[in-house]
Ligand binder design. Structure first.
Ligand SMILES: *[C@@H]1O[C@H](CO)[C@@H](O)[C@H](O)[C@H]1NC(C)=O
Ligand SMILES: *[C@@H]1O[C@H](CO)[C@@H](O)[C@H](O)[C@H]1NC(C)=O
Ligand SMILES: *[C@@H]1O[C@H](CO)[C@@H](O)[C@H](O)[C@H]1NC(C)=O
Ligand SMILES: *[C@@H]1O[C@H](CO)[C@@H](O)[C@H](O)[C@H]1NC(C)=O
Ligand SMILES: *[C@@H]1O[C@H](CO)[C@@H](O)[C@H](O)[C@H]1NC(C)=O
Ligand SMILES: *[C@@H]1O[C@H](CO)[C@@H](O)[C@H](O)[C@H]1NC(C)=O
Ligand SMILES: *[C@@H]1O[C@H](CO)[C@@H](O)[C@H](O)[C@H]1NC(C)=O
Ligand SMILES: *[C@@H]1O[C@H](CO)[C@@H](O)[C@H](O)[C@H]1NC(C)=O
Ligand SMILES: *[C@@H]1O[C@H](CO)[C@@H](O)[C@H](O)[C@H]1NC(C)=O
Ligand SMILES: *[C@@H]1O[C@H](CO)[C@@H](O)[C@H](O)[C@H]1NC(C)=O
Ligand SMILES: *[C@@H]1O[C@H](CO)[C@@H](O)[C@H](O)[C@H]1NC(C)=O
Ligand SMILES: *[C@@H]1O[C@H](CO)[C@@H](O)[C@H](O)[C@H]1NC(C)=O
Length: 672
């Protein structure tokens, strides 16, 4: 690497650090090493080296600062790990999405400070049980999505480990000593392994376990002794297995502290009355996606439902008519999910009259042509989902008595008309979703009485013109709506003047994603001085003059539009911006990008403002790849760059660059 290249990357590092030190006033935060292919920054007071998604074939061991806190090597082509420098104080190692084939002690010897390690999505077949012998504080180990081969003894020797993710690792069998030396585990994820059965033994040492995931494990058999020592288990997920023949009361009996059980999609066709006899703390039960065609809810669930607060019976193919007595004994039930089962409004009318304490009810996709006439009893109901039912316009007025309702989803109900008596008394309503209805008539004053409404969703309603002012009542009174989502309406934007009626001048969050917008006139949002969040993603916008009036704007999403260039002048009026998403625009690699980057670093003091410039957080189990900001060189500039071969590595074969990489190899004048 050339001297000028070195200077430049160093000055970038220092400018990033200045930004960090302004927040921390810590003089020690200066001068840490940063490898050439990587991007480094402080996260609070911790040095983060981000070498992710850079086509690297090895860890840049020689260039690592010994004070590195996080080393992010996700998404490279690394096949083998050499020993780390002996004095390194690495706390978190991220190696997801590489080509590692084993984890051995040699690689990690001396990593005395390691707390979290992520090796998910590699090709690891073998893990040396001693691999982390030198890391006496290791808490989290992620190994999901690796083709592990079977082990005969204990898997790992690591007493401090609290969280182990072994999901989708091709594990067929767990020997009885598998968890022998990881006895402090609190959270264990084994989902997605073809275990077929749980034999006695493997879990016997996990007496501290609180969360266990065994979903998607092709399970057909579970030994009655499988869980006998899991007395501290609080959450168990066994969904997506075939557990038709399980004797539930025996298997669940030891789990005396169980609070939450998911046995959705397990092929069960019935449940005995004593299934949860010993699980006195069980409050949440998910039974969804089971073929419970002829479940006698009254008798089979009757005993069990005494203590349950929440039951999910969604998509259970319930075929029998519900009798009036169905939920008679479920006096504590607060949350009931019946979505995806064909229902008759008349039956529901009778059933719901026994559930006056219900707080949440989901009747989505229940083939309802009309609504049950029982909402007058549900005086505590706060959330109601009746979406995806072919409702007839006329019955919607039955919702009228729901005075406590705070959340109402009536999206995709084939409604063409909503009368102004529907919401007349819903003075508690905070969120209303009417998306996916081709609403041709909205009555005058329809929303006028919704004095607490904060959020209104009208996505995909086929609107071409913006909302009629009359539906919000008098233009002397501002509506309380602060969040408005109009995504997917092919709106014709006015050439001049504002988009929204006067009543909506309090809106702070406006979503206009996918609205076929090409141009926004400079006054389009002039009434919405309070706007803080604006989402314009997936449109065809190429210029930004409308931004000048949005002085309170904090979050702006312009991803997937047609911007080819941007610079700090365009953002002059938006001094409160906290995030700007420009991902997915056809930017040309030129100095305006350096200018925008400098704006983020110097003016905003935080590169995180530019979404996709670098990672913002380190999530466990989350998607590891991220989209990044990119640009493309025009042909001539690219020829010049390849001729100079300044900061190029073999493998940089396309004119496509992430902004971070372009900044490092560009020769633009920097304005401090
Ligand atoms: C990595 O290599 C691939 C294929 O050669 C290329 O498409 C990609 O842009 C490269 N990524 C980086 C960050 O250099
Ligand atoms: C694993 O645990 C067993 C039983 O607690 C113990 O005897 C053995 O020494 C441990 N293995 C190692 C390598 O520490
Ligand atoms: C489990 O199975 C469900 C349904 O088949 C699927 O949607 C889900 O992604 C699977 N999860 C895992 C961890 O394999
Ligand atoms: C319903 O509750 C009553 C009174 O508590 C009880 O006698 C009856 O057995 C219960 N029915 C069922 C099916 O549990
Ligand atoms: C009801 O079940 C459906 C389908 O499983 C789910 O999407 C929805 O979130 C559930 N609703 C409630 C209130 O639990
Ligand atoms: C509605 O439920 C049916 C089964 O009753 C299912 O096939 C369909 O996918 C569901 N539709 C939606 C939108 O959830
Ligand atoms: C709003 O509420 C008032 C008082 O309860 C009532 O007189 C009026 O008719 C309601 N508005 C609508 C559109 O129903
Ligand atoms: C309800 O809407 C109709 C038709 O738009 C209108 O004539 C009537 O005045 C409205 N009622 C109220 C209370 O606003
Ligand atoms: C965008 O909106 C159109 C209707 O204008 C809709 O058909 C399409 O599915 C939407 N696309 C996405 C990705 O939501
Ligand atoms: C905007 O916000 C301010 C204070 O946050 C509030 O007083 C005002 O009513 C809001 N609405 C408009 C239209 O300015
Ligand atoms: C904007 O909308 C898109 C599409 O719905 C969504 O993915 C994105 O997260 C939204 N952006 C913000 C900042 O909320
Ligand atoms: C490419 O390099 C030549 C010679 O240094 C220079 O004259 C030309 O302006 C450069 N073109 C671009 C687009 O940078």
């Amino acid at each position: 690497m050339t001297e000028s290249g070195k200077m430049k990357s160093k000055s970038l590092v220092i400018s990033l650090m200045l930004a960090a030190s302004i927040q921390t006033f810590n003089a020690d935060l200066i001068d840490q090493k940063c490898p050439i292919d990587c991007e480094c920054h402080y996260f609070r007071i911790n040095w983060v080296i981000d070498c992710s998604e850079s086509n690297l074939t090895s860890v840049p061991y020689d260039e690592l600062s010994s004070n590195v806190y996080v080393l992010d090597m996700n998404g490279n082509n690394i096949e083998h790990l050499n020993p780390f420098p002996t004095d390194i104080k690495l706390r978190r190692l991220q190696m997801a999405h590489n080509h590692l084939s084993e984890l051995s002690y040699d690689s990690f010897a001396g990593l005395a400070y390691l707390l979290d390690a992520d090796f998910s999505y590699n090709m690891i077949t073998r893990v040396d049980p001693e691999a982390f012998r030198d890391s006496p504080g290791l808490i989290t180990l992620e190994l999901q999505n690796n083709p592990l081969i079977e082990v005969d003894s204990h898997f790992l020797n690591c007493r401090t480990l609290l969280y182990l993710d072994l999901s989708t690792c091709g594990i067929h069998r767990l020997n009885t000593q598998f968890f022998h030396n990881t006895t402090n585990l609190k959270k264990l994820d084994l989902s997605g392994n073809p275990l077929q059965q749980i034999t006695p033994g493997p879990f016997d040492h996990l007496t501290n376990l609180e969360y266990l995931k065994l979903n998607n494990c092709t399970l057909t058999h579970i030994s009655p002794e499988a869980f006998i020592h899991l007395e501290n288990l609080r959450e168990l997920d066994m969904s997506n297995n075939n557990l038709r023949t399980i004797t539930w009361s025996t298997i669940l009996a030891p789990l005396v502290r169980l609070e939450s059980l998911n046995i959705g999609n397990t092929g069960i066709t019935n449940l005995p009355a004593d299934a949860f006899n010993k699980n006195l703390y069980l409050r949440h039960l998910v039974l969804s996606q089971n073929e419970l065609h002829h479940l006698d809810i009254e008798n089979t669930l009757g005993h069990n439902l005494h203590n349950l607060q929440s039951v999910d019976l969604s998509n259970c193919g319930l075929q029998d008519r519900l009798s009036e007595e169905t939920f008679k004994n479920s006096s504590k039930l607060r949350v009931l999910n019946l979505s995806g089962n064909p229902m008759f409004a008349g039956d529901l009318t009778a059933v719901l009259r026994h559930l006056p304490k219900l707080h949440k009810l989901s009747l989505s996709n229940c083939s309802l042509r009309r609504l049950p006439d029982a909402f007058d009893v549900l005086e505590h109901l706060e959330e109601l989902d009746i979406s995806h039912n072919p409702l007839s316009d006329a019955f919607v007025k039955l919702l009228n008595p729901l005075r406590s309702l705070e959340y109402l989803d009536m999206s995709y109900c084939s409604l063409g008309y909503v009368g102004n008596n529907t919401f007349a008394h819903m003075t508690s309503l905070k969120k209303l979703i009417l998306s996916g209805n081709k609403l041709h008539t909205l009555d005058e004053n329809l929303f006028a009485n919704l004095t607490r409404l904060e959020s209104l969703e009208l996505k995909n309603c086929g609107f071409t013109t913006p909302l009629d002012p009359n539906i919000f009542g008098s233009d002397k009174i501002s509506s309380s709506v602060i969040e408005l989502r109009l995504n997917g309406n092919p709106l014709e934007m006015p050439d001049e003047g504002p988009l929204l009626p006067k009543q909506l001048s309090n809106v702070e969050i406006l979503d206009l994603t996918n609205c076929s917008i090409r141009r926004l006139n400079p006054d389009i949002l002039s009434r919405n001085k309070n706007l803080t969040h604006l989402n314009l993603s997936n449109n065809r916008i190429s210029s930004l003059e409308f931004l000048r009036k949005l002085r309170r704007l904090e979050h702006l999403d312009l991803s997937n539009n047609l911007l080819t260039t941007i610079n700090r002048k365009m953002l002059k009026s938006n001094s409160h911006l906290l995030s700007l998403n420009l991902i997915g625009n056809p930017f040309v690699c030129n100095c305006s990008i350096v200018d925008t980057w400098d704006w983020a670093v110097h003016e905003k003091n935080d590169l995180h403002v530019l979404i996709g410039s670098k990672p913002s957080e380190f999530a466990t189990g989350a998607v590891k790849f991220r989209k990044s900001l990119s640009c493309t060189y025009d042909d001539e500039t690219y020829r010049n760059v390849t001729n100079q071969r300044l900061l190029m590595r073999k493998g940089d074969v396309t004119p496509h660059r992430t902004w971070a990489k372009y900044i490092r190899e560009s020769n633009c004048e920097r304005q401090a």
